[in-house]
Write a protein that binds this ligand. Structure first.
Ligand SMILES: NC(=O)c1ccc[n+]([C@@H]2O[C@H](COP(=O)([O-])OP(=O)(O)OC[C@H]3O[C@@H](n4cnc5c(N)ncnc54)[C@H](OP(=O)(O)O)[C@@H]3O)[C@@H](O)[C@H]2O)c1
Length: 326
């Protein structure tokens, strides 16, 4: 099968398409023929081993996972002997426990984060659901967001941001979305009650206070944001890059000191969360936002675009076109 591989860390040029051995499903695994995947910030961090801490997880000297990609949509190609939940031909989406979706085939545990696709969604749309939505659920739960609370989603136009705006709105929260000029209409269409253009205005200078601030893009800071938090408000940082250590320090310090808190967020994907989001999609409460699509052999260009930090929603990597498009 064909897969995007890398044998060393570095710039996007380290990625290339290669013929590799196809995976064979274990007894409790589902073999999925991947139709579409995405290129995420997690993929770019893992490709470049940035920040350096990544190497302790992903391989000190060279990448432990040759093939990146953390979400997929495709068709079940085969199932292991003990699989009960899926049949050959089912259209499914989800994510592996680690990496590997930038390939024509991938094995996923039957009880892992994989579910049937909602009706009416293309493979490309379904591929762009898992990472943003499950991470958004984790951040909103981390902040214990409740109906009628006032929540800021900072960086509302990215993958995590577009998911967080829609889910917070669905939870009944009052959503103030902060994004750039070009994305104001998009973010409003996703359910934001108020939209602040960060290029024109700093939301903390509006004189409002909020129950939670979700920094969905890792470009703001608790030090600036804290004045806009209510006394027991929560600031959720999501950045896995340059602010990682600062976030950890503030998280420990504010936990000890009490009052306004900083928390990090590590989303754990589950089948239950994917079912929840699928229900939201089927009732029209959620839609994956897609910016650009790239072919598998254009993967380096996709990484370069993601690294601009200006994508709106998600960047899709088309692995194989849908033979029977809806
Ligand atoms: N994607 C996920 O679901 C996920 C999962 C786990 C962790 N994370 C972490 O969460 C962070 C965000 O990931 P992402 O994939 O959602 O990012 P992303 O989609 O690449 O974010 C891009 C968006 O951020 C906006 N943006 C850029 N600079 C900004 C600024 N200074 N202020 C406000 N908005 C700004 C851009 O809008 P403009 O073009 O208008 O500037 C653009 O729409 C990353 O650190 C990632 O590692 C994300």
């Amino acid at each position: 099968m064909k897969a995007v591989v890398q044998d060393r860390y570095g710039r996007p040029d380290v990625l290339h398409v290669e013929d590799v051995e196809a995976p064979v499903p274990g007894d409790d695994e589902v073999l999925v023929r991947v139709r579409a995947a995405t290129v995420t910030q997690t993929d770019t961090h893992a490709r470049a081993a940035y920040p350096f801490l990544w190497r302790f997880y992903a391989g000190l000297r060279r990448p432990r996972w040759r093939t990146l990609g953390i979400e997929f949509a495709g068709e079940v190609e085969a199932v292991g002997a003990a699989v009960t939940q899926f049949n050959v031909g089912d259209r499914v989406f989800g994510g592996p426990r680690t990496f590997g979706t930038h390939a024509e085939l991938i094995c996923v545990p039957d009880d892992g984060p994989i579910v049937r696709m909602p009706a009416g969604l293309s493979f490309e749309e379904a591929a762009a659901v898992t990472d943003g939505a499950t991470q958004a659920l984790a951040t909103l739960r981390g902040a214990n967001v409740q109906a009628r609370q006032h929540v800021v989603i900072y960086g509302a136009s990215g993958s995590l941001g577009t998911a967080a705006v829609q889910i917070a709105h669905h939870m009944g929260a009052h959503v103030t979305a902060v994004c750039g000029t070009d994305h104001v209409d998009l973010v409003r269409s996703l359910g934001a009650d108020e939209v602040v253009d960060y290029r024109q205005e700093d939301f903390t200078e509006r004189g409002h206070t909020y129950d939670a601030i979700i920094d969905a893009v890792g470009k703001y800071s608790f030090v600036k944001g804290r004045r806009a938090l209510k006394p027991h408000g929560v600031y959720i940082a999501t950045d896995g890059g340059r602010f990682l250590l600062t976030t950890l320090l503030f998280a420990v310090a504010t936990r000890i000191a009490g009052g306004r808190r900083v928390k990090g967020s590590l989303g754990r994907r589950s089948k239950e969360d994917l079912e929840l989001v699928r229900d939201m999609i089927e009732t029209g409460a959620y839609r994956p936002v897609i910016d650009r699509r790239y072919r598998m052999d254009e993967v380096a260009d996709a990484h370069r675009y993601v690294e601009t930090w200006h994508k709106a929603g998600n960047v899709v990597l088309t692995i194989a076109p849908d033979p029977t498009p809806a």
